[in-house]
Unconditional design. Structure first.
Length: 133
């Protein structure tokens, strides 16, 4: 992926959230082309990096990290599941850092509905986990 400044030179002015109600707010629109963000995102809790990647998706304001970007040693599968009307059934992880647990602080969609296929297996965070771009 090209750095953002090179993308701007090649494709012109960039616009964030080009479509009202867009479910893909992390995608920029460049002169008739969709380009995914090219920036580093990081998730940390209690000073420990849980995930870091320059390839991720932003959906409804949440950063979803690819499965290979998370440090699995801190993740314990949870029995919790919730349902989103357009994404499908979410599964959760508890986070364990230095003996402290953060229940259901990460979630993912193992088999999302068609509209959310791009985040299959990608992991998002909440409950005090700091996610930065």
């Amino acid at each position: 992926m090209l750095p953002v400044f090179i993308q701007t030179l090649l494709f012109g002015r960039r616009f964030r959230n080009p479509l009202p109600g867009s479910t893909y707010p992390g995608i920029f629109f460049y002169a008739s082309k969709w380009i995914t963000i090219c920036a580093m995102a990081k998730a940390t809790w209690k000073g420990t990096v849980l995930a870091e990647s320059d390839h991720y998706h932003v959906v409804e304001g949440n950063i979803y990290f690819p499965p290979d970007a998370v440090k699995r040693a801190y993740f314990k599968p949870s029995d919790t599941h919730t349902t989103c009307p357009w994404k499908g059934i979410a599964s959760y992880y508890d986070l364990i850092v230095n003996g402290e647990a953060n229940k259901d602080a990460a979630w993912y969609y193992p088999e999302p509905k068609e509209a959310a296929k791009n985040i299959t297996g990608y992991i998002a965070f909440w409950k005090g986990v700091e996610v930065t771009e």
